[in-house]
Design a protein around this ligand. Structure first.
Ligand code: SF4
Length: 372
């Protein structure tokens, strides 16, 4: 087990700082009803059909020229929307293509000069892709095994910035983008409203046109936000990154565990599973000598043995020479075998982009393969 000096500070779990407000809202962060509301507030004569046409053109079709709409809405209305809103995307600084698995990591620059990332992930089905999205610049959660956590939190991304990243990746994909996962930089539930709004745009028929069930939001376990999410009845898939069922160990690996107990987290998971049915997915970042021992299996069974689960195992990706190490095959297999006692699906998830530092836990918005 790797010992690390000093206690890891508790993350700041108050909502992250927002981007400075813009005077003109960005259409990329809107659903038709949002554009309608803007129109009402600004005295612009726009109905719901016109709002659908505008957003279908800008987001679904990815065409930012409002004057080139195939289904015209009248020049005066186009001019009013053009004058009162924005539709700018993010600047792409670099694209890093992984030669092994063909995933592509995008490094974006925002209007304030900050950087974030997204990753295009090839799916098993040929010609289909998913996009791994960031929800914040940096992250406040300080998970010990994660490069983003070591950056600290700069600020939240706004819904239009999240959607803009998605659109750039989608529009360059050599096939169909059929899913999105919030597993990039940031803790999605630490930027709750913006992530829910962005996911709603991505799943809107006039937006990203992705099925809500194909959008996954992954959290380290912000218990009140999980409860809120359950109460609000969103259709996106929620998963919890657990990685240890032992209280002290989880606190060391994931300081957020110092804020809410494992029992509180388990209760929120139980509540969510009961409300949604089906299996609840917990992710487990597998670290050699850290969280693969029989005590973890016993603790997980005691904690969530009564909940229909799916356990996703993900190999740790720590680029530091003295960092957490991947479990050798024999250690991982022994852990998977021991987990069979839970009688739930145990799935090994392969993380893409290790050559280009776009794999889970490696996004730090600073690294280029040319730096090596
Ligand atoms: S694993 Fe996720 S929540 Fe934890 S520090 Fe990294 S980005 Fe943040």
């Amino acid at each position: 087990m790797i010992e690390r000096a000093g206690a890891v500070p508790l993350p700041d779990i108050a909502e992250g700082p927002a981007r400075p407000a813009e005077q003109r809202p960005n259409l990329l962060g809107m659903r038709p009803e949002d554009l309608l509301q803007w129109a009402v507030e600004n005295g612009v004569p726009c109905g719901i059909q016109e709002a659908r046409k505008v957003l279908g053109h800008i987001i679904s079709e990815g065409n930012d020229d409002l004057y080139a709409m195939r289904r015209p809405i009248g020049k005066a209305l186009v001019r009013a929307i053009d004058a009162g809103t924005r539709r700018d995307r993010l600047r792409v600084l670099e694209r890093f293509v992984d030669p092994v698995d063909t995933s592509v990591r995008y490094l974006f620059e925002h209007a304030d000069g900050l950087r974030s990332e997204a990753v295009r992930i090839p799916l098993h089905k040929p010609g289909c892709f998913s996009v791994c999205l960031s929800s914040q610049v940096g992250c406040a959660m300080r998970c010990a095994f994660c490069a983003t956590g070591r950056l600290g939190l700069e600020r939240n991304l706004s819904p239009d910035e999240i959607v803009a990243a998605f659109l750039t990746v989608r529009d360059e994909a050599p096939g169909r983008v059929t899913g999105a996962v919030f597993m990039g930089q940031g803790e999605p539930l630490h930027n709750y409203d913006a992530v829910i709004q962005a996911a709603s745009v991505l799943s809107n028929p006039c937006g990203g046109r992705i099925s809500a069930q194909a959008i996954t939001i992954s959290t380290v376990g912000l218990v009140p936000r999980i409860r809120q999410y359950t109460a609000e009845g969103h259709k996106f898939r929620l998963i919890v990154s657990l990685s240890s069922a032992l209280a002290d160990r989880r606190k060391r690996l994931m300081p957020v565990a110092g804020k809410w107990t494992l029992d509180e987290l388990a209760e929120a998971i139980r509540e969510h599973q009961a409300a949604t049915g089906g299996r609840f997915t917990v992710a487990w970042v597998v670290m050699s000598g850290e969280n693969t021992d029989p005590a973890e299996v016993e603790a997980l069974q005691a904690l969530l043995g009564d909940v229909p689960l799916r356990v996703n195992l993900i190999d740790v990706n720590d680029a530091r020479p003295d960092g957490f190490r991947r479990a050798p095959d024999v250690e991982r297999k022994a852990f998977m075998d021991a987990l069979q006692v839970l009688q739930v699906p145990i799935v090994r998830r392969y993380s893409v982009g290790q050559d280009q530092r776009s794999a889970c836990g490696m996004l730090a918005a600073t690294w280029s393969p040319n730096d090596a």
